[in-house]
Design a protein around this ligand. Structure first.
Ligand code: DCC
Length: 162
């Protein structure tokens, strides 16, 4: 009769990272606005996938500091394109909510400009460009210093009744 074997799985967490904002940025509490459902990107603030923190600046624009952990890997040592798109989806959709539009994302167009190294803290900046009828256009980019990793155009559609 085969013996049952207990396997011990050890998950080692990466060390803490600094997701602090720029002077003048105010921490933005996304769950208090949209609920607790945004777990895919921001749900594990100490995990090995994404670590994210949102802020608003004095002009109420939404910014995020994002750390792409080892579990977001696509090309060796670099973030998966889907991981980059997931961050854009969440951050730019949230930017529309933060500007007062209850939306879901209808179309997201991401341009990958440079490979994004893992375990790097980057910044997402966003701008609500226009709002016509139910369509809200948000633009954003992920960058660090002079390097732009991705740019995105996000068409958000307001949800009737919200
Ligand atoms: C609840 C708490 C959440 C709280 C969550 C907050 C989270 C924010 C961040 C996360 C963002 C996400 O991941 S959201 C998840 C990913 N997204 C989704 O799953 C969305 C799936 N799609 C849908 O549910 C639907 O297609 C909608 C709601 C987007 C649109 O459907 P609809 O309500 O029937 O409206 P519809 O008549 O089709 O479209 C309305 C207008 O928008 C235009 N339009 C619609 N889609 C598109 C499109 N892809 N590209 C161009 N234009 C479009 C139409 O032409 C029309 O223009 P006109 O004729 O008026 O000119």
């Amino acid at each position: 009769m085969p013996k049952t074997k207990t396997e011990r799985v050890t998950i080692s967490l990466c060390p803490p990272v600094d997701l602090g904002g720029e002077p003048g940025w105010i921490p933005f509490d996304a769950p208090s606005l949209v609920g607790e459902s945004l777990r895919f990107v921001s749900g594990e603030p100490d995990g090995n996938r994404f670590r994210a923190r949102y802020y608003r600046d004095a002009e109420q624009h939404l910014h995020a500091r994002i750390w792409f952990g080892p579990e977001t890997e696509g090309p060796p040592g670099h973030a998966h394109g889907g991981a980059v798109a997931a961050v854009m989806d969440e951050a730019l959709g949230l930017a529309a909510w933060a500007a007062g539009y209850p939306i879901v994302v209808g179309n997201l167009n991401v341009s990958f400009r440079n490979m994004l190294p893992l375990q790097k803290v980057v910044t997402v900046e966003s701008r609500v460009i226009s709002a016509e009828g139910r369509k809200v256009m948000v633009h954003g980019r992920i960058f660090s210093g002079e390097t732009v990793y991705a740019e995105a155009e996000c068409l958000c559609i307001t949800i009737p009744g919200k």
